[in-house]
Structures are given as C-alpha cells and as structure tokens.
Design a protein around this ligand. Structure first.
Ligand code: ATP
Ligand code: MG
Ligand code: MG
Length: 377
C-alpha cells in the first residue's frame, strides 16, 4: 500500500504527512533536477529521466494505491502512461484541463460558469484586436506555467499599452478584463471515487502582486446564495471531470456574483488553514479520496487565519511565545519564494489582535501592521 506523489515540494510534503497519519506511505517520483528538501525523511524518492523510466520505477514498487500530483504542471505524457497501469487521481484529463488557461476557460464556458470576459490571442493581429475588444484596464496572461502572478501583465490604459513591450510576450496569451472585485474567495472541495463531495467553507484571500499572502476562513459575510453558487460551480466541474481528490476554485466576488478565475487540480495554498481548524485537513481528505477511504469533516466551527511566509522565515516565529502555528517547508530562502506559512485558530477579534501584536514584534510586515490597525479601529 502506498501513494505515489509526483513532486517533492511543500504540497507533496503536507500530503505525505497526512498519509503517514493514515498509515499510507508515500513515494515521491520526480525529475532529476528537483530538490527534495521539503520531503526529506518522509518516504522513498525515485528520480526518473523520462516518462517510460518512471513507469519502470513504479513497476518495482510492491503496490501502488494511487498516483497523484502536487502541481497541474505535471507532464501529461507521464500521467497518460501511468494511467494505463495505475489509478491516477485526479485523472489525466482533469490535470490537463487546468494546465492551460485556454482549456480551463473552455471547460468553464462549456459548463456555463461565469468568468472574466476574455479572448485568446495567437498572433500579433489577434493580440491587438483582443486588447481593443476587451478594453482597459485588462490583464494579459500566458496560457501555461504561470503561478504566483508570474507571466501576467496588467495594462491600465492606452498609454501603458503603447509603452508595453509587446515583443517580450510569447504568444498565445489570454487577454481578459481586469475585474474590479469586492474581494477574492476560494472554494476547496473534495470528491471521492463514489462521486460524493464535501466542501470547506469559502476562504477570503488577499493577494499582493499576484501572490497569495493571507487567507481568512471561513470568509466573513458569506450569504447562503454565494456559498451555494460556489458549491454549484465546483460540484459541476468535479462531476463533469469525474474528478477524484481535492480541487480548488479561485473566484472574484463581484456585485453580479462569482467569477471563476482559475482552478487547481490539487490541494491549494488557500486551504492550508484546514491544518489548524476543527476540520479534516485538505491534505488528509485528498489522501482519503484517492485511496477510497471515507471523507472527513469539512465544516469549520470557528475562524482561522493563514499567513504565507515569503522569502525567509523570521526567527521569532519559532519562539514559543508566537501563538501562530509555523509550517516550515524546509526550503532555501529566496526573495518572494513561499518558504512556510503560519496558522492561527482564534476565538474572537481580541484574541486575533493579541496574537498579531505579538507576531509583529518578531516579524515586521506591512500586511500584519495593516491588519492590526484595522482591528484596533
Ligand atoms: P496562482 O499562484 O494562484 O496559480 P497565477 O499566477 O496562476 O496564480 P492568477 O490566479 O490568474 O495567477 O492571478 C493572480 C492574482 O492576480 C489573482 O489572485 C488576482 O489577485 C490578480 N488577478 C488575476 N487576474 C485578474 C483579473 N482579471 N482582474 C483583477 N485581478 C486579477
Ligand atoms: Mg494559477
Ligand atoms: Mg491564482
């Protein structure tokens, strides 16, 4: 019995830790150049040069319950090949649908799920036409491999468009309206082999420069209609794909309701709060779903705040006075890199304020200072 995880980053680490709790050992299958620091000591690591090579490596394992991914940017060729012998969950088609923004929008359009108005541009003429038709402000996005806001350009007006170095962008791209949203929310759901589904409460997410820095869960002031719209959308998507495992749906909340921004066919950063709430974590539920175990509870009975740590982990958050729970991904410090996160489950606003004030003494961070100011008001 084992779960094969294609990857060795922090998501693979947290999946494997959940697997250990369930007596499900993990094997990490990765390409040669990738660091295994986050998963050190958590299971066997197999490195493969090619897809065929990976299939051979898996054949040497005693048994494989399921193969899963930590990123949508996993070779579709590898997934398709492994699917012939092993249960790949989520299935290859689901991962492929989320690898490319054009495929993803096609899926959402087919299911009549609202998104920001968008067009794909394949050549210069189409690029110019798409910009004219969408209008300013707009966002240009590469179709593949973007994450944390990389591969995106915001163009606010005609002047910026004139000055924009169009030659620096490799076509095709997605051109979409810049949405003036009230806030960003995400829904993490899980679907089991028998088709049953569970959803965590919506989380409210704060992004700075395209990178997630904080999630509040459950999001405040969520109407029943909003939660329902989110559930309906994600259940439609997961059912349509015959999806198995955890999936996340990132949305913009607008006056007209939710617009889906993107899908993640995997556990998601905006679901990290589930590690310190009264619910079954997204990692455990993913491992449960892909191995056919019953799903665990997803109803939170109190609020949790998750803060991403970018660049380097401040020493003081390791101090026992810090009320936040630290998750250290064991990654080398690098500017802008997600190296860990902090979770705090709190009873009320006063408790949150107190924990943030303590945190601020060891981590000088403008977002934390801003939160404190808001809470002190
Ligand atoms: P992730 O790391 O979540 O995969 P990504 O690089 O794939 O990120 P998006 O999720 O598409 O990129 O965008 C990152 C962030 O940029 C969004 O969460 C949002 O804050 C902002 N953004 C993206 N598209 C738009 C838009 N059309 N209108 C307004 N803001 C946007
Ligand atoms: Mg993305
Ligand atoms: Mg995103």
């Amino acid at each position: 019995m084992s779960v094969v995880i294609l990857g060795s980053g922090q998501l693979a680490k947290m999946l494997a830790e959940a697997g250990t709790k369930l007596n499900l050992p993990s094997v990490f299958v990765i390409t040669p150049e990738i660091s295994t620091d986050p998963v050190a000591g958590l299971g066997e690591v197999l490195r493969h040069e090619s897809s065929a090579d990976a299939a051979t490596l898996l054949a040497e394992l005693d048994s494989v319950d399921a193969v899963t991914v930590e990123t949508e940017n996993t070779s579709s060729e590898l997934l398709a090949l492994l699917s012939t012998n092993y249960p790949v969950r989520p299935n290859t088609a689901s991962v492929v649908a989320c690898q490319n923004r054009e495929n993803e929008r096609q899926l959402l359009d087919d299911l009549a799920i609202p998104t920001a108005p968008h067009q794909v541009a394949r050549n210069n003429d189409e690029f110019v036409a798409a910009v004219a038709s969408i209008g300013f402000p707009l966002v240009i996005k590469t179709l593949t491999e973007g994450y944390d806001g990389r591969g995106q350009w915001v163009i606010d007006d005609a002047e910026q468009w004139r000055d924009f170095n169009k030659a620096s962008v490799t076509l095709p791209v997605l051109v979409e309206e810049k949405i003036h949203f009230a806030r960003e929310v995400s829904l993490v759901g899980v679907r089991s082999i028998d088709g049953s589904m569970q959803f965590y409460p919506l989380a409210e997410n704060v992004h700075v420069g395209g990178i997630l820095i904080a999630s509040f869960a459950p999001a405040s002031n969520v109407s029943e209609a909003l939660q329902q719209q989110a559930h309906d959308n994600l259940s439609k998507i997961m059912t349509h794909l015959d999806y198995v495992g955890v999936m996340a749906m990132e949305c913009f909340e607008t006056e007209q309701g939710l617009l889906v921004n993107e899908l993640a066919p995997r556990v998601h950063n905006s679901g990290h709060w589930t590690l310190d709430s009264n619910v079954t974590s997204q990692f455990e539920n993913h491992m449960r779903a892909i191995t056919g175990l019953p799903l665990g509870t997803t109803d939170a009975d109190g609020p949790t705040l998750m803060l991403n740590i970018l660049g380097e982990i401040p020493d003081g958050v390791r101090d026992e006075k810090c009320q936040f729970q630290l998750y250290d991904y064991q990654k080398t410090a690098r500017a802008g890199r997600k190296v860990g996160h902090l979770n705090l489950r709190y009873a009320n606003a006063a408790a949150l304020l107190n924990a943030l004030q303590q945190l601020e003494t060891v981590w000088k961070n403008p977002f934390i200072q801003q939160l404190i100011a808001q809470l002190e008001d």
